[in-house]
Design a protein around this ligand. Structure first.
Ligand code: ZN
Length: 315
């Protein structure tokens, strides 16, 4: 905790989550202030080789099958989901056509996030919110499946979604503006209130204790954010969304290759972000990076049930 606290130079503003209605909410009070922090990867689909190849080659990929991953987190007694897998809407066929007419995603054998949570006895009412690292359709798929959950997104991402022209909205976020208009009233936008030291990147400390800190990691999209978790006395976990595509790319700071083609906003910003993440992990070996599509996560798909049981047992 001390090391993370030292790494974060927090600002003076009070924690608040402001919904796009403009009404300020209180920050999240922890349900168990001294409770632990844990995370379980939840693989909800894979990109098959014909997509993984062109998108990921050059970012340090060995395997040509890459997972689509959500993360179940419990922190200080509060259970929440980070990302939620693939959008299953009418817009998926559009993306499949863009990918060359081949079926884009292999969902067979991978239950949705909701179904996998239900299998371990977790219902929507047990979750407090859904954190959306960014607006792409392979991260927001659980939004409609959990209709009662607030969606925590950065204000930059909300602004970007609102500004996308109609055809681009379909092609980039895999949701129509109409579909977004259904979701946006549920958004509580994260207001940055601190900075990660020596990085220029903004932070938001969810419980005001350093245990869960959202980090603005722009480039892939303007409002992309990562989630920094203090998962043990000697362990830190950072959920990267798509700020880095693979563990190797962030450990070795490999921004080139075809990674640039995976950026919808600003290649330079994505390179700066990757450099910051690279230094963070290099300088403190307690950090464990989890990019959403790293092949390593495929191996963890069989351990979700035992991981979730241990997570639920956390105070
Ligand atoms: Zn993604």
């Amino acid at each position: 905790m001390a090391a993370l606290g030292a790494a974060l130079a927090m600002g003076q503003q009070a924690c608040s989550l402001t919904p796009n209605t403009g009404r300020a909410l209180d920050h999240y009070a922890p349900a168990a202030p001294k409770g632990g922090v844990g995370v379980c990867p939840l693989v909800v689909g894979v990109f098959p080789a014909r997509l993984s190849g062109p998108w990921f080659t050059g970012a340090g990929i060995k395997n040509d099958i890459n997972p689509v991953t959500a993360f179940l987190v419990k922190a200080r007694g509060v259970l929440f989901l980070v990302d939620g897998g693939l959008v299953a809407t009418d817009h998926m066929p559009l993306i499949m056509r863009n990918a060359g007419g081949a079926p884009g995603y292999e969902l067979a054998g991978y239950a949705t996030a909701r179904a996998q949570l239900e299998q371990v006895g977790i219902r929507e009412s047990d979750l407090s919110f859904l954190v959306v690292t960014h607006a792409h359709g392979d991260h927001t798929g659980a939004a409609e499946a959990f209709p009662g959950l607030p969606l925590l997104m950065s204000s930059e991402e909300v602004k970007w979604v609102r500004a996308l022209l109609v055809p681009r909205s379909d092609a980039i976020t895999w949701r129509s503006q109409e579909a977004w208009n259904q979701l946006l009233p549920r958004v509580q936008s994260v207001q940055w209130n601190g900075q990660l030291a020596d990085s220029g990147l903004s932070t938001f400390d969810l419980f005001d204790d350093g245990s869960v800190v959202f980090l603005h990691t722009p480039g892939h999209t303007p409002g992309s954010m990562s989630v920094m978790l203090q998962t043990g006395p000697d362990q830190r976990t950072v959920l990267l969304g798509d700020a880095a595509l693979t563990e190797k790319s962030v450990r070795q700071n490999i921004p080139s290759g075809l990674l640039g083609k995976f950026v919808d906003d600003d290649i330079r910003a994505s390179e700066r972000t990757l450099s910051v993440l690279h230094r963070l992990i290099r300088d403190d070996p307690r950090w464990r990076p989890y990019p959403s599509h790293d092949e390593r996560l495929l191996a963890e798909r069989h351990t979700f049930e035992s991981c979730a049981k241990a997570l639920l047992a956390l105070p």
